[in-house]
Design a protein around this ligand. Sequence first.
Ligand code: TMP
Length: 202
Amino acid sequence: MNTAKFITFEGVDGAGKSTHLEWFANALRQRGIDLLLTREPGGTPLGERLREILLNQPMHAETEAMLMFAARREHVEQVIRPALQRGTWVISDRFSDASFAYQGGGRGVPLAKLEQLEQWVHGDLQPDLTLLFDIPIEIARQRLANNVSLDRFEQERGDFFERVRQAYLARAAKSPQRFAVIHAEQTMLEVQQALAKIVASL
Ligand code: TMP
């Protein structure tokens, strides 16, 4: 039986998810698990080109949503599905929950349209587990303040991120069996302890 798992990491910019993702991946590797790390938007040559555009080029919110899902279609077909089929675990730094949070919550793209895209692009594939790094927006903003260059999303105002955060939490409330919500304002050690418990449960 193929038991390879598909795990996604989510959260507002500045929640620290990418740092924790490295730690989590290493903890799984130490247990002998063969895994692939990838990210969205991106993860394929075309996806990385779309990422460059999405992070820098102003566009209509629905164009943004469709390009996110176009990159995702490529990612699912070229990378995620083949890896899972050969028994390799996949950890993706963001997936469709980010579209519901950023394009849905942040930009106001109607949920029904995003649900249609989700159904079209990966109707039969959902993550087995999603780690949502939740953090008060003021703290996330302070962490971002140290960055020298901010992309189009990171430059958004606090109220945008508050909507993104709430949309993530609503999505987690809808599928509690898939989500683990991590309180990302805790110390690095406390977050790692929470992650270690999740690794053990896997
Ligand atoms: P990253 O900084 O975590 O790599 O993500 C890049 C940005 O893209 C981040 O600000 C969130 C945004 N994003 C969306 O708006 N919608 C999506 O579907 C994805 C995957 C990312």
